[in-house]
Design a protein around this ligand. Structure first.
Ligand code: FRU
Length: 679
């Protein structure tokens, strides 16, 4: 490929062709950054999972390498796929895989077996089982041998979880110096639990402890990562960070997958979360909301801890009118809206009285069950469908906010209606509220607040305290539908992680990590205004791959009346396509609006605006560092304590940029834009 196709990222890693998902086996060894990744050698959708491989000396320029682990039996008779995992350099040859002084590199991954079979090791696996296996390389990572005499080295989950063998995956392995042991952290995906195993030789593993669920616990938990980092660079104050992928159940306001982290301690056996890194199992409602439904059902997520308030509470039981078989009873007052539906059904009216819409958003959590992808949620006003949300294809829970601004001050009867198109599906509705802003209360420490940052993994093999992470820059909600060809999916920019104390709490901060001086063009645009008038200011045609530094004051808006400030990128000259990146002074939130970013047609949830909390610095300035590529934007807010990653698919002619200041002047503005060359 030429790497000049429409939407082809110029400095984000992509495979030349075919499907890619999670980064795997990130290992720095002998001056080389290895990037393995979930790869389908046979097409642009998920399947035939193998480990693709690329290498780099600078995290910027990548060289494609031969496939490291090719699905066994590919292409016609696949008996084993290689799911996600990690890799280490076994420098003391604890595994004995090395000989004549060679350091073996050892990868541990999840074997997925489409069929029941007895392995060469004599172990019998069941159809669709996931188990943990190892492979080693004696040529510095270029070719790999699976350890067939013993694989899978962890066959089944431990009791009492042995029934979870279909959802047991994604080993994260690392050396724990104090106990002189290898650690593997594994996910019991459906239970939202992580298991810690220890080993002396990377071959024999002992179950040591479990963790979870905590904080955001929607959907499945996948791709755990556990690593130590000093706080504020103080080597005497080291904390452990546990990073967890959730699908679905990403950051509020997004639909689909996302990544959270928990800060705590790890003693070689057990991870213990810091109290201030845990939320008490509940989503506090937005402060301006009138809560009038609560959930007390059987969902596999944490129950609520707050009592609904507001004058709209209707305590009478609601009997849904069902055309399906299962009658539903719920109280749309302060308890239980939990339904189990088969076929089309109305799960209830929110209030038996008619009701005047006085807030702009109606928010709720929807949680799925089986066949959730067959179900849709509708908002009906006086019997007419006015809004629809679709579920995602797995069990889970996600926030939906419906903008009902166009219905403000109308009086009507509300209904939330679930339609299940064939098969059976069930849906849980939870925490219904009305508010002036979208429901996006923080129930977790989000690694990234955008929709496209998943399955993040950090590099093994770096110097202590150097933590570099790469994530899959996509989302299971629409990953198989994004309009790219002949490849599908990119990796995020590698990011340097650190922990900083912010508001008294150890907080993850992130910085983009590439050899920027090799690709960022020196000459660029640099403008500043002590006061920028209300309205827009064209910056002209600035390009498609950009580094943008944007800073402005958060202090004066109260006086000037400014409500939002930001930059429009990847716009066509008529502005019909545009991606807005900005800041809302009233809510103190960073936002990325990709609702008109180009091709948004392939998935109903794709055109949307995403929000994240971001405070100004001590000088009252907001600093944004924005990386734009041919099909993405990644925003680093403040010192990197808030990041937001979103894919966009604008047309080739979308090269224009504008600054906007809405509602009033914005002070102390500076914008710097430099083009980024192809890596
Ligand atoms: C996460 C994931 C992993 C699994 C891999 C399969 O994106 O579902 O849990 O190992 O993808 O490709």
């Amino acid at each position: 490929p030429s790497y000049t196709e429409l939407y082809r990222p110029q400095y984000h890693f992509t495979p030349p062709k075919n499907w890619m998902n999670d980064p795997n086996g990130l290992l720095y060894y002998k001056g080389i950054y290895h990037l393995f990744y979930q790869y389908n050698p046979g097409g642009t959708t998920w399947g035939a999972m193998s480990w693709g491989h690329a290498t780099s000396r600078d995290l910027t320029h990548w060289e494609q390498q031969p496939i490291a682990l090719l699905a066994r039996g590919y292409p016609n008779n696949i008996t084993e796929m290689f799911f996600s995992g990690s890799a280490v350099a076994d420098v003391d040859n604890t595994s004995g895989f090395g000989h004549s002084g060679t350091t073996p590199l050892v990868a541990m991954y999840t074997s997925y077996y489409p069929y029941a079979q007895t392995m060469p090791s004599g172990k019998t696996v069941q159809a669709n089982q996931q188990a943990q296996s190892v492979a080693y390389s004696l040529d510095d990572g270029m070719t790999w041998t699976t350890y067939d005499t013993a694989n899978p080295v962890i066959l089944n989950p431990p009791t009492p979880y042995s029934d979870q063998f279909l959802d047991f995956r994604d080993p994260n392995i690392f050396w724990h110096k104090p106990t002189k042991k290898w650690i593997a952290v594994l996910s019991l995906a459906k239970l939202q639990k992580l298991l810690v195993y220890t080993s002396k030789d990377l071959k024999n593993w002992t179950f040591a402890s479990e963790f979870g669920p905590v904080n955001a616990a929607g959907g499945v938990w996948e791709c755990p990562n556990l690593f130590p980092m000093s706080v504020d660079g103080d080597n005497d104050n080291v904390k452990w960070v546990l990073m967890i992928g959730l699908n679905p159940g990403g950051p509020p306001g997004t639909i689909g997958s996302g990544s959270q982290y928990v800060v705590g301690s790890f003693d070689g056996t057990t991870f213990t979360a810091d109290a201030d890194s845990l939320f008490s199992g509940t989503t506090p409602p937005p402060s301006d909301s009138i809560v009038f439904a609560d959930f007390d059902g059987t969902g596999n997520f944490a129950d609520l801890g707050w009592i609904p308030t507001g004058d709209l509470i209707d305590q009478s039981p609601v009997n849904g009118t069902l055309s399906g078989q299962n009658p539903v009873t719920g109280y749309l007052g302060n308890r239980l809206v939990n339904t189990f539906l088969n076929g089309d059904a109305t799960i209830g009216t929110l209030t038996s009285k008619s009701f005047t819409i006085s807030k702009r958003y109606i928010n709720f959590l929807i949680g799925g069950g089986h066949d959730f992808n067959n179900t849709a949620m509708h908002l009906k006003v006086d019997g007419q469908i006015v809004r629809t949300a679709t579920g995602t294809n797995s069990e889970g829970l996600s926030w939906v906010s419906w903008d009902v601004g166009s219905l403000l001050n109308q009086t009507a009867v509300f209904q939330i209606v679930d339609t299940a198109a064939g098969g059976w599906g069930h849906i849980n509705v939870d925490e219904i509220s009305f508010s002036d802003s979208m429901a996006r209360s923080q129930v977790a420490n989000w690694v990234d607040w955008g929709p496209d940052f998943y399955a993040a993994q950090i590099y093994n093999g770096l110097v202590p305290d150097e933590r570099i992470a790469i994530a899959w820059m996509n989302n299971w909600q629409y990953a198989g539908l994004i309009p790219t060809s002949p490849w599908r999916s990119a990796m995020s920019i590698p990011r340097e992680f650190s922990l900083k104390t912010i508001d008294g709490k150890a907080t993850l901060v992130q910085a983009p990590k590439e050899k920027w001086d090799s690709i960022v063009r020196r000459k660029g645009l640099d403008k500043s205004w002590s006061s920028l008038d209300q309205g827009t200011k064209s910056l002209g045609s600035v390009g498609k791959a950009l580094r943008i530094e944007l800073s402005f004051s958060d202090r004066e808006p109260a006086a000037t009346g400014a409500s939002q400030f930001g930059i429009i990128v990847r716009a066509t000259s008529d502005l019909k396509q545009q991606t807005r990146i900005g800041y809302d002074f009233a809510t103190k939130e960073l936002f990325v609006d990709r609702s008109q970013s180009g091709d948004v047609s392939f998935d109903g949830t794709f055109p949307a605006t995403y929000y994240a909390p971001l405070a100004s610095n001590a000088k009252g300035q907001i600093n944004l560092l924005i990386y734009v590529d041919w099909s993405s934007v990644e925003v680093f807010g403040g010192e990197g304590e808030t990041t937001m990653t979103a894919q966009i698919f604008p047309s080739d002619s979308a090269t224009y940029a504008q600054i906007f200041s809405t509602g009033g002047n914005t002070q102390n503005v500076r914008v710097g834009i430099n083009e980024i060359s192809s890596a």
